[in-house]
Design a protein around this ligand. Structure first.
Ligand code: SF4
Length: 283
């Protein structure tokens, strides 16, 4: 782990992101994917996850759909200020429970509250429907949280994915950040791109294929950190259109572990690894 303390705000959520510091030994990597995660551990703060509230995790991911963190964060903060226990809407008889407060929320008021996140009508309807389901099936946000932390992970995943507006990535993020489950490597657009460029997942794999490849090759305790660190790495180095190696082959700290699938240093072109794979098959 870096000797610097984790900053209050970073992609892993700082201290508020839950979990605790962890140490990985880069000397013992058994696969290239594990070596990649260990290398990320030399760049970023290694930690485990868990401890966030499950319903709040769901709320956060719904708000972040089709928008940036910069836009969804104020919407999340305004929603929590109004509907979380102790918030403005807590005076109504909801027993100080986020699920109850959102299930009973007036849709237009909720939509107005989350306006900065965009698609606010649709997102407010999704949040009310999710909260109603949580309330009907578990009775409270706290009981839902316990289910996410303690039930069989595959059951939790399937249950979450059966909820309206929840896909595999959201389900995995809830399992990781709220449930603190090891062995879960959520795949977002950055992880999907980088794992295939590196050559640690098949070039034509979809999100589920990349998740399966990473969860097979990376030890359980390192998966959560691998997810957040790979996103940060995608923003700083292995960017979608302009990977760091394109201008300067030595600029990327991962270069010696990377197959650069879809990145042509000679011509300066960048294509999706799947397109490169289908070109190779044709030639
Ligand atoms: S060498 Fe290039 S393609 Fe590979 S991880 Fe680094 S920036 Fe991405």
């Amino acid at each position: 782990m870096s000797e610097d303390p984790e900053p209050a705000r970073n992609i892993s959520g700082g201290a508020a992101g839950g979990g605790s510091a962890a140490e990985f030994d880069p000397e013992t990597a058994g696969t290239r994917a594990e070596a990649v995660v260990d290398r990320l551990g030399e760049l970023y703060w290694t930690k485990t996850y868990g401890g966030r509230d499950a319903l709040e995790c769901l709320v956060r991911t719904v708000l972040s759909q089709n928008t940036s963190d910069k836009a969804s964060q104020p919407a999340h903060d305004a929603l929590m200020e109004r509907y979380a226990p102790g918030g403005e809407a807590d005076e109504e008889d909801d027993g100080g429970d986020l699920a109850a407060a959102l299930a009973e929320a007036d849709q237009s008021t909720l939509a107005e509250t989350i306006r900065p996140a965009g698609l606010y009508n649709q997102k407010s309807e999704t949040l009310i429907a999710l909260s109603k389901r949580v309330l009907e099936e578990y009775g409270s946000a706290a009981a839902f949280d316990e289910f996410v932390r303690e039930a069989d992970p595959e059951t939790v995943r399937e249950t979450l994915m059966d909820m309206s507006g929840v896909g595999p990535k959201t389900a995995d993020c809830v399992l990781l950040f709220a449930g603190g489950r090891e062995g879960v490597f959520p795949v977002d657009t950055h992880v999907h791109r980088i794992a295939r460029r590196l050559g640690v997942a098949p070039a034509d794999a979809d999100h589920e294929g990349v998740r399966a490849a990473l969860e097979r090759a990376v030890p359980e305790a390192k998966c959560g950190f691998g997810h957040t660190a790979m996103i940060q790495f995608g923003r700083e180095y292995c960017r979608a259109r302009k990977p760091a190696c394109l201008d300067d082959p030595e600029a990327c700290p991962m270069a010696d572990l990377c197959d650069q699938v879809g990145v042509d240093l000679e011509s300066g072109s960048v294509v999706d690894p799947a397109d490169r794979a289908s070109d190779d098959a044709r030639s």
